[in-house]
Write a protein that binds this ligand. Structure first.
Ligand SMILES: O=C(O)C1=C[C@@H](OP(=O)(O)O)[C@@H](O)[C@H](O)C1
Ligand SMILES: C=C(OP(=O)(O)O)C(=O)O
Length: 423
């Protein structure tokens, strides 16, 4: 993809008052695609997210022999026996690089996995080690990273397995998603430092149960998945509440409000934590029919937030913190160093580039607000760094975003939508 010229993101001195419908959830779309592919008959996803990460997932499943019919507003997945002799491009999508090797283990024949340059640095050691421990052949170059080849024999025995998933919850989710198709199911334990992004694992468990799979998660850090069929299920995908955060951030930093449409009444999405985060910054949230309305308080206070469970919200939270009236501490997020970029380093560097003060700690950031000035904010091919940049730009004149197109990972057409809503 050709890198566009830096984009002058909109500045705004009036409080935001907007209503927005965000595109559907990446995490839910990619789980629904994988489970539909492993199911016993076709499933339709209504309102799937159509973005780089979900297209890569659909392409990857297609490479394994699954039919994914991509209609407007609905994708139909027709399961088939999984075939090898395939190559899968993971792009920079954690869900694709972690979820599909476990699916490829059920295919017959070699499947080669690779991705973007940065994808080759994201942690993959636990995927490789766990599949090997289950008896699956993997050829790699001993870097615990992409690229590698998974050669399945059409079946995986399963059984007991211990893994260290402290670098990413996706190592757990990947195994759980494929586990009902293992001969003996899976009795999985996480051992090691604390598991991040627990809501994402809870989402995986909930999506399995909705399709009739028995999962026992009554013991912390342990999941038992019984072997058996995955039921086909037609689903409507919820809006992406993590991506709603860029608009919620806009409401906070402009002293305004935003109504996010179709906010689910109950959800496993990490983005539901915006309620708690907005309160920590002095704001409020309130349901109005299907909308969730987030309103800034009279002052934007600094916040002390443990984001271990919801790390993907960090870039926007850091942008808000840099514009607050007092210091903020964000903790529990050492694993962000293995995300699309090293997000702790990237946020510290880019906030400093604007004249701000964001210091890395062992497991997060301490952000002390300072007057900020315009600059080119680097995005490191990270969609959420672009979201952080546009929130800062609302209060920092002449802030250019290096590559706003990187938002296509999870949000098609973001820049024009943003311009229309906030400019
Ligand atoms: O399973 C998922 O859909 C995700 C899990 C989380 O990964 P980590 O546990 O690696 O943070 C999250 O940050 C990512 O955006 C999506
Ligand atoms: C960490 C993220 O993505 P991925 O699914 O690529 O890990 C993210 O979207 O913030």
């Amino acid at each position: 993809m050709e890198t566009p010229l830096p984009w002058l993101a909109p500045y705004r001195d009036a409080p935001l008052d907007a209503r927005v419908l965000v595109p559907s959830s990446k995490s839910l779309t990619n789980r629904a695609l994988v489970l539909a592919a492993l199911a016993d008959s076709p499933s339709t996803l209504t309102r799937p997210l159509v973005s780089r990460d979900t297209s890569l997932m659909a392409d990857g499943l297609t490479a394994l022999g699954i039919e994914v019919e991509r209609g407007a507003g609905a994708w139909t997945v027709r399961p088939a026996s999984l075939s090898g002799d395939a190559t899968i491009d993971c792009g920079l999508a954690g869900t694709v690089m972690r979820f599909l090797p476990a699916v490829a283990a059920l295919a017959d024949g070699p499947v080669v996995f690779d991705g973007d340059e940065r994808a080759r640095e994201r942690p993959m050691g636990t995927t490789i080690a766990s599949l090997r421990a289950l008896g699956v052949r993997i050829e790699d170059d001993d870097r615990a990273a992409l690229p590698f080849a998974v050669t399945g024999t059409g079946r995986v025995r399963g059984g007991r397995l211990e893994i260290d998933a402290s670098a990413s919850s996706q190592f757990v989710s990947a195994l759980l998603l494929a586990a009902p198709r293992f001969d003996e199911g899976l009795d999985l334990r996480h051992v090691g430092p604390s598991l991040p992004s627990l809501p994402h694992v809870e989402m995986t468990v909930a999506e399995l149960r909705r399709r009739g799979v028995a999962v026992d998660d009554s013991t912390p850090d342990r999941w038992h998945v019984s072997p058996g069929p995955v039921g086909a299920l037609d689903v409507e995908i919820e809006p992406d509440l993590s991506n709603a955060g860029v608009f919620i951030g806009a409401a906070l930093v402009t002293g305004g409000r935003v109504a996010v449409r179709r906010w689910p009444a109950t959800t496993q999405q990490a983005g539901d934590a915006w309620h708690r985060i907005v309160r920590a910054f002095g704001g409020t949230s309130e349901r109005d029919g299907d909308d969730m309305v987030f309103t800034a308080g009279s002052t934007l206070t600094g916040a002390d937030l443990d984001l271990h469970d919801v790390g993907e919200l960090t870039p926007v939270v850091a942008a808000v913190a840099a514009l607050a009236e007092g210091p903020s501490r964000l903790s529990g997020i050492a694993h962000l160093r293995g995300h699309e970029t090293d997000r702790l380093a990237a946020l510290a560097t880019e906030i400093a580039r604007l004249g701000g003060d964001a210091r890395e700690t062992d497991d997060g950031l301490v952000i002390t607000p300072r007057p900020l000035h315009g600059e080119i904010f680097r995005t490191y091919d990270d969609h959420r760094m672009a979201h952080a940049a546009v929130v800062l730009a609302l209060r920092v004149p002449e802030l250019f975003v290096e590559n706003v197109r990187t938002t296509v990972k999870t949000y098609p057409n973001f820049a024009p939508v943003w311009e229309r809503l906030v400019a």
